[in-house]
Design a protein around this ligand. Structure first.
Ligand code: GRF
Length: 211
């Protein structure tokens, strides 16, 4: 991918406000050498605000709510079909709050990435920021990683720490984590789309020294 000189087509899945999606759009728009183009944005929620950001840029969108399908399997098949209609080579889970199966991942081997708001393997799951704060952790952060079939588990591309100060609350920690992930996720996506990353077991190597 990225070796033809053409930007790698990517699909992005979101569930919520889509601030990471906007950060990706901004990074791609500002860096001609970014190496990727967002071709489709999908969601499991029809009211996900990020879908509007995509439509405003003329990017195809879709929403498939799990409740509208007979079961998880048919829902996921619909997600895959709607993505594949635009032929993305990389899938970015940017605040997408559903697990994907091995059948989903088989469509894009070693090419699905996720951003998670903690320093994995600490605080997996949907409430990572609240959990780190409640635990009394002094350091948390964010992790960008390849996706495998386990929750918040695949090989780590990059992590960045965020200090939790005595004066913090959950909202202030969330703001700082999101500011960090809005830089880290685009950086990792760009490296992947430019063919700079290789996976060796749990280790992700970059042709550059540091991700
Ligand atoms: C991000 O903090 C992401 O790490 C987590 O959900 C949040 C989504 O935010 N999984 P947004 O929709 O990108 O604004």
């Amino acid at each position: 991918m990225g070796r033809t000189g053409e930007p790698t087509p990517i699909g992005v899945l979101i569930s919520g406000t889509g601030s990471n999606l906007r950060a990706l759009f901004a990074a791609i728009e500002h860096d001609p050498a970014f190496g990727a183009k967002i071709v489709v944005v999908g969601s499991d929620r029809a009211d996900a605000q990020g879908l509007t950001a995509a439509s405003q840029r003329g990017v195809a969108t879709f929403a498939h709510e799990l409740g509208a399908f007979a079961d998880r399997h048919t829902w996921e098949e619909a997600m895959v079909a709607s993505l594949q209609a635009h032929n993305p080579q990389v899938i970015v889970l940017a605040g997408f709050m559903r697990l994907v199966s091995g059948a989903f991942l088989a469509n894009w081997p070693q090419s699905v990435v996720n951003t998670h708001p903690s320093l994995l393997p600490a605080f997996r799951g949907a409430h990572a920021i609240e959990d780190a704060f409640a635990y009394g952790a002094r350091v948390t952060g964010c992790t960008v990683h390849f996706v495998d079939e386990e929750l918040d588990h695949g090989p780590i591309i990059a992590q960045q720490a965020v200090i939790i100060a005595a004066s913090d609350d959950v909202a202030s920690v969330r703001r700082r984590i999101q500011a960090v992930e809005h830089e880290l996720l685009p950086r990792c996506v760009s490296l992947l789309c430019r063919g700079e990353l290789t996976i060796d077991g749990r280790h992700v190597r970059s042709r550059k020294d540091h991700v």
